[in-house]
Write a protein that binds this ligand. Structure first.
Ligand code: ATP
Ligand code: MG
Length: 572
């Protein structure tokens, strides 16, 4: 039993204690996104946590849109958020909920606060209020309006609601203490005026409740037991509790706020506001651009829900902030697709090969394994003929001794096909290699050695006559810096990689993929995992490279270091 407990994370421990002690019979968690952007991989962590706990402890998990800021929110975001959660494999309890559904209740409670002398209308501007908040070591200054009578406050608050004032002219503030050691408790704003149309309540309201007031009270309305949020909210917890104290009925469930470390990933920005900037400035194509760390971007790139859930699992739940290597995310998708993905041969950068001793006009079909990791996926036929394509980089004229691919006079295996030897190189007038003439050994069918002689290299290839022409989109990291938003003197956009997208037309793929539909996933042997893009059409197939087969950056980075060292030496 003790052993088992140790492997629980700290939130699971709290929950198990609460269930054992009888504090709660059933747990209720919630995922509370603000519909002001598309979800990113950080949200996926919170989704896996909240919904995962609901499943593990046979409780419930609500989806609640925290929609208190009409100017930033939109139904487009509501719909995308729902789609992403479902795609990740989770179901929320009942209908989706909205904080805006509680606007009446929140207003009535605010009126109660005023009647009990716990809230007042302030005429100061947001700037004045911020300027009189004090510092952690120096108390704040009381507003000249802090001691308005209950009657005056009720009258003003009702007139705020009726729309008699302009934006920013008045706010409702909680009356707590201006010398609290916790800055958040220095008479925080509860309501502000915003004459704006809300995506759900239309023009019914022109005053909107603030996050700190709304969140805890909404948790309470829904009977949330464990309200999980990221560490930045730790300092807000006393205020969360204060707002609850004012309305709490001890026959009802009292929610408890628990903070955990947010997900940070290197070479990535993880903020809806910043991701929106990338979209609005056209630095990426859209929210679901395959280079974006959004859930929709990862989906379009070829990530599977399983790979994201496994990633969230591996990252775990911690109490201290840390930075996760993006290689771990890439590892999760390689691991999943290695088991699942159909293998095919595709040549990204084609070089023509003519098998001079293979009869003209003839072709044959050879057996190829669909996935060596999973025999049940079976085999397929791959056409072979006199003219083929191989990858340009698989041939070298003056090859070093350790180059185990093709060069003149050398023999290699064409996967699933034959041993071939290169005899002649044909160049155009600029000296560019345009064709290789080779001979094949008919006795090596299936790529098997006929007499025990060995070849070092095995190449992928495609029959020219049978190949499909497709487009491949190869991606590099969107940011060139490990912490793009971690520089005081520079904007995160300064680190956008100008070469993050490489579109390659006229790649050659075996005909097996001809019916591929958006979302279908393949391993192009030796080249990586690819996913058919959402804009792909039968007559113009587009393949996004999800990830290469190995971590290419692990090799690249030592080079960068060498370059840096060289530069240093030059300076000396
Ligand atoms: P952003 O700064 O990207 O807008 P947010 O926290 O403001 O993020 P919300 O829509 O308010 O976005 O977040 C919904 C939930 O997701 C919250 O409970 C929040 O704590 C959680 N969340 C947001 N970012 C992360 C992250 N990087 N790691 C883990 N959880 C996160
Ligand atoms: Mg937010």
């Amino acid at each position: 039993m003790e052993e088992e407990k140790k492997s629980l994370n700290f939130i699971e421990q709290i929950i198990e204690n609460d269930l054992e002690s009888g504090k709660h019979k059933e747990i209720v968690t919630r995922f509370p996104p603000e519909p002001n952007g598309y979800l990113h991989i950080g949200h996926a962590k919170s989704i896996c946590l909240n919904f995962g706990l609901g499943i593990k402890y046979k409780g419930k998990t609500n989806l609640r849109f925290d929609d208190t800021n009409p100017t930033k929110e939109d139904v487009e975001y509501v719909n995308s958020i729902k789609q992403d959660i479902k795609w990740l494999g989770f179901e929320w309890e009942g209908e989706a909920l909205f904080s805006s559904d509680y606007f009446d209740q929140l207003f009535n409670w605010a009126v109660e606060f005023i009647k009990q002398g716990k809230a007042y209308v302030d005429d100061q501007t947001a700037e004045q209020i911020a300027a009189t908040k004090g510092t952690p070591t120096r108390p704040g200054t009381e507003s000249p309006h802090r001691n308005r009578t209950v009657e005056e406050n009720l009258d003003l608050f009702n007139r705020m609601k009726k729309g008699e004032f302009a934006d920013g002219e008045k706010v409702l503030r909680a009356k707590i203490e201006m010398d609290s050691p916790n800055m958040h408790k220095r008479d925080p704003i509860m309501y502000r005026i915003k004459n704006a149309t809300h995506h759900r309540t239309g023009n019914n309201w022109c005053i909107y409740p603030m996050y700190d007031y709304t969140h805890g009270e909404s948790d309470y309305i829904e009977g949330i037991t464990h309200s999980l949020c990221t560490l930045e909210f730790e300092n807000h917890r006393p205020l969360y509790d204060w707002f609850l104290d004012q309305i709490y009925d001890d026959k009802k469930t009292r929610p408890r706020q628990i903070e955990f470390a947010r997900l940070n990933i290197n070479y990535t920005v993880m903020s809806k506001r910043k991701l929106l900037e990338l979209v609005e400035l056209g630095l990426v194509k859209s929210w679901d651009d395959p280079r974006m760390p959004t859930i929709s971007g990862l989906r379009r790139r070829g990530y599977t829900p399983e790979s994201i859930r496994n990633f969230a699992d591996k990252v775990g739940i911690a109490k201290r902030n840390n930075i996760i290597d993006v290689a771990l995310l890439e590892h999760s998708i390689r691991e999943d697709l290695n088991k699942k993905a159909q293998r095919v041969m595709a040549v990204i950068d084609p070089l023509k090969v003519v098998i001079t001793n293979y009869p003209e006009g003839q072709s044959e079909e050879l057996d190829a394994v669909n996935n060596p990791e999973d025999e049940s996926m079976g085999k397929r036929k791959v056409p072979f003929s006199r003219e083929l394509y191989i990858e340009k980089e698989d041939f070298m004229e003056d090859a070093p001794r350790k180059f185990f691919r093709l060069s003149v006079g050398k023999e290699v295996r064409l996967r699933y096909a034959y041993f071939v030897t290169c005899n002649e190189v044909i160049k155009d007038k600029n000296g560019e290699i345009i064709q290789l003439n080779c001979t094949y050994d008919p006795l090596s069918k299936g790529g098997k050695s006929p007499d025990g002689r060995k070849v070092k290299g095995t190449l992928h290839w495609v029959s020219a006559e049978h190949a499909l022409n497709v487009e491949a989109e190869l991606y590099d990291r969107l940011f060139m810096d490990e912490a793009p938003d971690g520089h005081k003197d520079k904007d995160f956009k300064d680190f956008v990689n100008p070469d993050s997208l490489n579109v390659i037309k006229n790649c050659k793929v075996e005909p097996f993929v001809k019916d591929a539909k958006p979302g279908d996933k393949f391993q192009f042997e030796r080249k990586g995992y690819f996913c058919v893009d959402a804009d792909s059409k039968p007559d113009n197939l587009i393949f996004n490279r999800t990830v290469s087969l190995r971590d290419s950056w692990a090799k690249k980075n030592p080079n960068q270091n060498q370059q840096k060292q060289k530069q240093k030496q030059k300076k000396k």
